[in-house]
Design a protein around this ligand. Structure first.
Ligand SMILES: NC(=O)c1ccc[n+]([C@@H]2O[C@H](COP(=O)([O-])OP(=O)(O)OC[C@H]3O[C@@H](n4cnc5c(N)ncnc54)[C@H](O)[C@@H]3O)[C@@H](O)[C@H]2O)c1
Length: 448
């Protein structure tokens, strides 16, 4: 396998990247539909039972040099990524069942597939979680840590991490837990000192997801946030991230409806077509749908889903086209559909001389089938960031915006939501760290 050759050869301009040697430990917070589809999927791929479709790191390629050069390696052969056989999973959940039981409850994958990897899934037992029902109203679980205050709980998580560190060489933590209630940043999030005082005092503004992120970043471990929760987009976490070389990135996996939105909206803008309204609605019957049925959790998701259009369409620059968009997002809990969400979009657009037109999108998707490869790519690429001398100390990994509904950026910088700009940013970052020429698509050199 050529995986490590590229980084070892240190071509002109390449930055130093430690090779992906040994075991990569993936610590998953929340062993529900997404997490079990990720873990079972990785095991199925390792056993040759299925292909890792939807994963950029496993199936994607990157063009290098000129179009005439014919150099288009697989991404995983171009940069040093952990091999799937070296990935080891552990995690936490408020329900005590092992991963086989959790996957059976989630009902995303076929019974036959689960049966064929049953012993492996049964071997992964969730550790007791840090949880408080105040932050996720619809859940009641028993596999929960007890402690005298939030500081004590954070220390228990750090002890779990240290224990796992004995069995693995490098670690990444990924939040695949539920959507918490909508929270605002507060004084307790302003610095590590303030946050630690808040942990002692059981400050209500500190949600469980923040305690996990604090534990991971304090231990120097990259943290990925798959939910829209207020977790790492806080000064305290950025301080820890930079201090401990523990990368962070955006939040809320960009899977179905929002992925389509960030493809269609840039097309309208590129063609200078106006948008009068965009009504997005979903029916969804899994546990995530049940949690989002609580208005306080829905508010967190709604903010994340609503953000994208404004940034892409830039109504300030194009008031005639986008200043008066009516944008609505609805998620309706509808148990018969399980994880197989249906998302409808009705888009009212207008063209030449203001004449109206309509577009309807009906996406019958599978939520966790779309999310699992994103989760896999993120843990592998965050591990790469941690091994990269240039990337590990910068905090936010904006080049991973591609995977998120809410990409993170430094203060004062607006996020890029256009999926193809995000894809270019991702691949150019990989070219950059490997010392390859960036691709601008100018192409004048072909006409010299
Ligand atoms: N599936 C998708 O397409 C998609 C897309 C974007 C974001 N997400 C987000 O990913 C998250 C997971 O989605 P899912 O469909 O797997 O949901 P799920 O309800 O099946 O799984 C979430 C799991 O997290 C556990 N949990 C909740 N709080 C916890 C805590 N504090 N500690 C440990 N475990 C905890 C729950 O018990 C549950 O098992 C949700 O926040 C969802 O909004 C999902």
């Amino acid at each position: 396998m050529a995986t490590n050759e590229a980084s070892d050869k240190n071509s002109a301009g390449a930055t130093k990247i430690e090779p992906a040697k040994g075991k990569l430990g993936v610590m998953v917070v929340g062993m529900g539909a997404v997490a079990t589809t990720l873990v079972a999927g990785v095991e199925a791929v390792r056993k040759g039972l299925a292909k890792p479709i939807g994963s950029i790191t496993q199936m994607g390629t990157v063009r290098l040099g000129k179009r005439t050069d014919g150099r288009t390696p697989l991404l995983k052969d171009f940069v040093s990524l952990a091999d799937l056989n070296d990935v080891v999973f552990t995690g936490w959940d408020i329900f005590p069942g092992n991963m086989y039981e959790a996957a059976s409850t989630a009902k995303v994958l076929d019974k036959d597939l689960l049966q064929s990897i049953r012993p492996y899934l049964e071997s992964i037992q969730p550790m007791p979680a840090v949880f408080d029902q105040y932050y996720v109203k619809r859940l009641h679980g028993t596999n929960v840590k007890q402690g005298k205050n939030k500081r004590d709980l954070a220390e228990q998580l750090r002890a779990d991490i240290r224990e796992f560190r004995k069995k693995t060489d490098r670690q990444v933590m990924i939040w695949c837990g539920s959507t918490e209630i909508f929270l605002h940043p507060s004084a307790v999030h302003d610095s590590v000192a303030a946050f630690e005082k808040g942990l002692e005092a059981n400050d209500v503004n500190i949600a469980p997801s923040q305690i996990y992120a604090y534990a991971a970043l304090s231990e120097g471990i990259p943290f990925v946030n798959g939910a829209p929760n207020l977790t790492v987009d806080l000064p305290v976490m950025l301080e820890l991230s930079k201090k401990n070389n523990a990368p962070v990135c955006g939040k809320d996996f960009k899977t179905g409806q929002t992925m389509m939105k960030t493809v269609l909206a840039p097309a309208f803008k590129a063609r200078m077509l106006g948008v009068a309204g965009w009504y997005s609605t979903n029916i969804l019957g899994n546990r995530d749908g049940e949690v989002l049925d609580d208005p306080e959790s829905f508010k967190t998701k709604e903010e994340s889903k609503l953000g994208v259009l404004d940034y892409i369409l830039q109504p300030d620059l194009y008031p005639d086209l986008y200043a008066n968009i009516f944008h609505k997002v609805r998620i309706n809990y509808y148990p018969p559909r399980g994880d197989n969400k249906e998302g409808w979009d009705n888009i009212d657009i207008f063209g030449w001389l203001g004449y109206p037109m309509q577009i309807k999108v009906d996406f019958l998707c599978r939520d966790s089938i779309l999310a699992a490869p994103i989760a896999l790519d993120l843990v592998l690429l965050m591990d790469l960031a941690k091994r990269s001398e240039e990337l590990r100390g910068i905090g936010i990994q904006e080049w991973l915006s591609f995977f998120f509904k809410s990409p993170m950026t430094p203060e004062g910088l607006y996020p890029e939501h256009d999926l193809f700009i995000q894809s270019m940013k991702l691949k150019n970052t990989l070219r950059h760290i490997q010392g390859e020429e960036l691709i601008t698509h100018l192409g004048l050199e072909y006409y010299d």
